[in-house]
Design a protein around this ligand. Structure first.
Ligand SMILES: [Zn+2]
Length: 178
C-alpha cells in the first residue's frame, strides 16, 4: 500500500494542466500591481545614467603633455609662462579637461605672481578645495569639481571683496569670449 501511494503522488505532480494561473485576479491583486508599478517608475526616472570617468590613457590622449601633467598630476607651470597671465579679454575660463565653467574675467586681477589669478570662482560649486601637504607646505589645492582636474591653489592674500587669490595654471584653462 505505501508503494502505491508514493507512485501515485509522483504522477500527480508531474501531470500537466494543474498549474493554471488564478482564474479570478481580484481587485486586491490589481491594487498591489499598481502600488509596485509607481515606485519603480520613480526610481527609473531618478537614476542618473552612469558617466564613467575617463581612464588615464584617455586623459593622456585628450590633453597635451603639459596639460596632462598639470591637470592629472598636480604639476605647476613655470611662472610667467602661461598664456593667460596677461590676458585681459572679457569672457569665461573653462576647464580644459572637461569644459566646466570655472572662472570669469570679471573676477581676474593682476597678482604679480606669474599665474592667472582670480579672487573667486565663477560659482562656488565649480571648484573643490582640498588640503595639499606636498612640497613641505600646507596649501589649499583647487580642483575642478566636475572632473577632478588640478587647477592650482588658493591663498588668503587676495584683494577685496573676498581676500582670496585663486592662483591657477593657464594650462588648466580654456578661455572663450562671452
Ligand atoms: Zn574639469
Amino acid at each position: 500500500m505505501p508503494r502505491r501511494r508514493r507512485s501515485g503522488h509522483g504522477q500527480g505532480k508531474e501531470g500537466s494542466g494543474y498549474t493554471a494561473a488564478p482564474r479570478y485576479p481580484g481587485p486586491v491583486n490589481e491594487a498591489l500591481a499598481n502600488q509596485t508599478a509607481t515606485p519603480q517608475t520613480t526610481a527609473d526616472q531618478a537614476a542618473d545614467p552612469p558617466v564613467p570617468a575617463p581612464s588615464d590613457e584617455q586623459w593622456r590622449a585628450r590633453l597635451g603633455p603639459d596639460q596632462y601633467q598639470v591637470l592629472r598630476h598636480g604639476a605647476t607651470e613655470p611662472p610667467w609662462s602661461g598664456r593667460y597671465v596677461h590676458h585681459h579679454e572679457d569672457g569665461t575660463y573653462r576647464c580644459v579637461g572637461c569644459g566646466a565653467v570655472l572662472f570669469s574675467s570679471s573676477n581676474k586681477f593682476d597678482s604679480g605672481s606669474g599665474w592667472p589669478s582670480f579672487y573667486e570662482p565663477a560659482t562656488a560649486e565649480a571648484v573643490e578645495l582640498r588640503t595639499d601637504k606636498s612640497h613641505g607646505m600646507v596649501r589649499t589645492e583647487v580642483v575642478c569639481r566636475a572632473c577632478g582636474g588640478h587647477l592650482g591653489h588658493v591663498f588668503d592674500d587676495g584683494p577685496a571683496p573676498t581676500g582670496q587669490r585663486y592662483c591657477i595654471n593657464s594650462l588648466s584653462l580654456d578661455f572663450a569670449d562671452d
